[in-house]
Design a protein around this ligand. Sequence first.
Ligand code: CMP
Length: 447
Amino acid sequence: MKSKETKITLSEGTSWFWKFLDWLVVSVAVFRSVELPAIVALKFLQSAPLLVLSVNLTTSLLLIFDILLRFQRPVSTARGTLHGKQARLHYLETYFFWDLIGSLPWGFISNLFLPQGVWSEPISFLCLFRLARVVVFSKDFVRTPSRFFIARRLTVFLLWITLVIHLLACGWIAVDGVTHGLTAGHTYIRALYWSVTTVSTTGFGDITPKTEPQMIYTMLAMILGAGLYATVVANVASLISRSDSARAAFDSKIERLNTLMKYKNMPDSLQKQILGYHEYLWQTGLGHDHDDLLGDLSPGLRRSVGLFLNRHILEQIPMLRGAETPVLHRLISGLTSVVYTPGDTIIHHGEPGSAMYLINRGEVEVVDPKQGVVATLGEGEYFGELALLDPDRPRLADVRAKTFCALSLIDRETFSLVLEQFPDFAAHVRKVAATRIAESDLRAGQV
Ligand code: CMP
């Protein structure tokens, strides 16, 4: 059992190798899908048969090597990772056929073994079957969690559009023929120009179909182009608008807020304060509505996310380190984030207390009603604990936000749990409390 647990599987141990192979195979598959139609359309086979056939054979061998390796390779499915026989069966049932047909050196086979005729060239287009693997790879590439997911989507999108434009251009050369007196490169550039103007529905009309096959081909390309163009515009627009959806949502909130404040004739200073508060939330990332986004996660995942998002709070109190995970979960579920603007009174002297505060960012001033500011507390420090340690004691002082403050509010129940679970922390809190009370008594004596 133990050896089974410690054994490193091929997927874990050499995942960089599989990743490299995937990139290589996809690049080769795309290369073949670009190269082959160009060779057929521009009749490269006749001009450099040795080079064309050796490239065809080499790339085929690499793709066949990938098929052999796939039989050894664990595969991730929605049901989990499959190994050994199960993985092989899965491959045989899914992409084996596509991979095999798409990997054989069709150009080489047709040239050497098949009778030369009308089918000898088109048969090499079977290499396009390998694009099935590129489709799977693109989907995985886009779905892999990444900060650059929009860039990834655009890259994949552009790859496919470019491939379609290239294939259409090669098709145009095939029906139009290589223009007399022009080199292959110039012919290709003209065809590419025709393809782009047709697909983008621009159609300047300087390259027009003359024969019937050209007209039919142009009509088909225009129909395809109209659909493709609509998809491109819609996708790119949606990707660009989503590239900063959080900022867009924030701007729209501020816009609505501005309208409301003007409509209600709020004083300028209050409007400024409200806008300043939102700007602070935006800049510190405290304004993101996590609940909305994470609400439908499973309870276990939600707890892990909570632990991760609040890790900085736990890091601020060294005495809480090393706590058991269930205690940390319980502690975190008892924390509430609150933000105060400069000048806000967080605690009022003489009132009963039901919560204490941990300062995550900013500074507060402890204000004695008679003596003024008696202490300034900053990041990592806490206040409001005295009224919790002794429920009969009202708040000893005012506490006022000196700057914008991001605080974690800890309710009475959670505070009791923390004291119970962390004796070191409890001793520290009691010692600090004794000093604060002594200082307060001293001040009262002085007055
Ligand atoms: P509490 O009395 O609940 O509410 C006011 C808080 O101000 C108090 O708890 C302490 O956390 C804090 N406080 C009071 N006096 C001092 C002091 N001298 N130094 C630092 N903090 C204080």
